[in-house]
Ligand binder design. Structure first.
Ligand SMILES: [Zn+2]
Length: 346
């Protein structure tokens, strides 16, 4: 008797089979943003046997993530693990046959070619529209499918973008909403079941694409509100004739200036881009004179003695191996930049 392999139940499904499973194993999928959506998608795709998974996230695990970000533990939050590496560690224990690469980085126009080289499909796990529009331009320019999804509270939107076949984000919404107008999970909350629906729809279309079942990919925008039990599919046939991205091939978001510091919404924290030259251990040594800091092979974390937040607590610093940093205790970009430059350099 032949022992069923781990993908047996998946191979049995019409449209997958041995050939489809082989294609899944030989594929590379990037998940950009490893929060709630990204955790769910990464879990589904790792279990499905996607041979090369690339996980990209700039953030660390916090206790408020555990309600919906299914790959993380209390220990990940207590020890402030980067989401990308914590997810990779968990998924390696789920499927040791696949290769998982974690990038603890902010995806920007400067590093997107490097981080997404050779990717067959991009999965959206993001919480902001600026990076989504960057991905949209990259996807159309490189003819790479991009599975868009966004979820807030109990509502979600899902759309699979197949360049040249379906509309892109800019066909439908030429400009991203302004940061100040974007509702976020930090302000309106989010319920895990809504995440599950959106990520499942994204991953189903990933599997269809990878196994050569492109005709089955949804050509609609799915919108749903699980709390009020309503859902709707708006059909969208093809790229819009005058789309700046699809038709005029102006990839503005890939050309935009990059690596600006950003205040992290709802967190009283600022994310700072990597400086030109950076040495983790030399920086850790320098910081020791100004506060309590600990340094591992991948990051420095600690707090300053001489810098205080408005509530009197110490300003905290998290600095990754490439020099990207998060300053906690202020949402004032100028102050965060000044602190970083004073103690770390520029
Ligand atoms: Zn378009």
């Amino acid at each position: 008797m032949v022992t069923p392999d781990r993908y047996h139940r998946q191979r049995l499904v019409d449209g997958i089979g041995d050939e489809g499973q082989c294609a899944i194993i030989n594929s590379t999928v990037a998940i950009v943003g490893v929060g709630a959506l990204g955790c769910m998608s990464a879990s589904i795709l790792a279990r499905a046997g996607v041979g090369n998974l690339i996980l990209i996230d700039r953030d660390i695990v916090e206790k408020t993530n555990l309600q919906r970000q299914i790959l993380f533990t209390e220990e990940d939050a207590t020890t402030q693990q980067p989401k990308a590496t914590a997810a990779a560690t968990r998924l390696s224990a789920v499927n040791s046959d696949i290769s998982i690469t974690a990038h603890v980085e902010d995806l920007t126009a400067r590093n997107i070619d490097r981080l997404l080289a050779g990717v067959d499909v991009i999965v959206d796990g993001l919480d902001n529209f600026n990076t989504r529009y960057l991905l949209n331009d990259y996807a159309v320019k490189t003819n790479t499918p991009f599975m868009f999804a966004g979820v807030i509270a109990s509502q979600g939107n899902v759309m699979s973008i197949i360049p040249g076949v379906t509309p892109c984000l800019r066909c439908l919404f030429p400009d991203p909403p302004k940061s100040s107008e974007q509702d976020t999970c930090d302000t309106l909350g989010v319920l895990a079941p809504a995440i599950g629906i959106a990520a499942s729809c994204q991953c189903m279309d990933v599997l269809k694409f990878l196994t050569g079942n492109q005709d089955n990919i949804s050509r609609t925008i799915l919108t749903f509100d699980l709390w009020n039990t309503v859902s709707n599919r708006i059909s969208c046939d093809g790229p819009v004739d005058n789309c700046t991205c699809c038709h005029q091939e102006q990839f503005d978001f890939l050309a935009a200036p990059v690596s600006e510091p950003v205040a992290l919404c709802g967190k009283l924290a600022v994310s700072l881009p990597s400086p030109e030259h950076f040495d983790l251990h030399a920086t850790a040594k320098k910081l020791q004179e100004h506060g309590s800091f600990e340094c591992s092979d991948t990051m420095i974390r600690g707090e300053f003695h001489e810098e205080q937040a408005a509530d009197g607590t110490a300003i905290k610093l998290l600095c990754f191996h490439n020099g990207r940093a998060i300053i906690h205790g202020t949402d004032d970009i100028r102050r965060a930049k000044a602190i970083f430059e004073r103690y770390v350099g520029n």
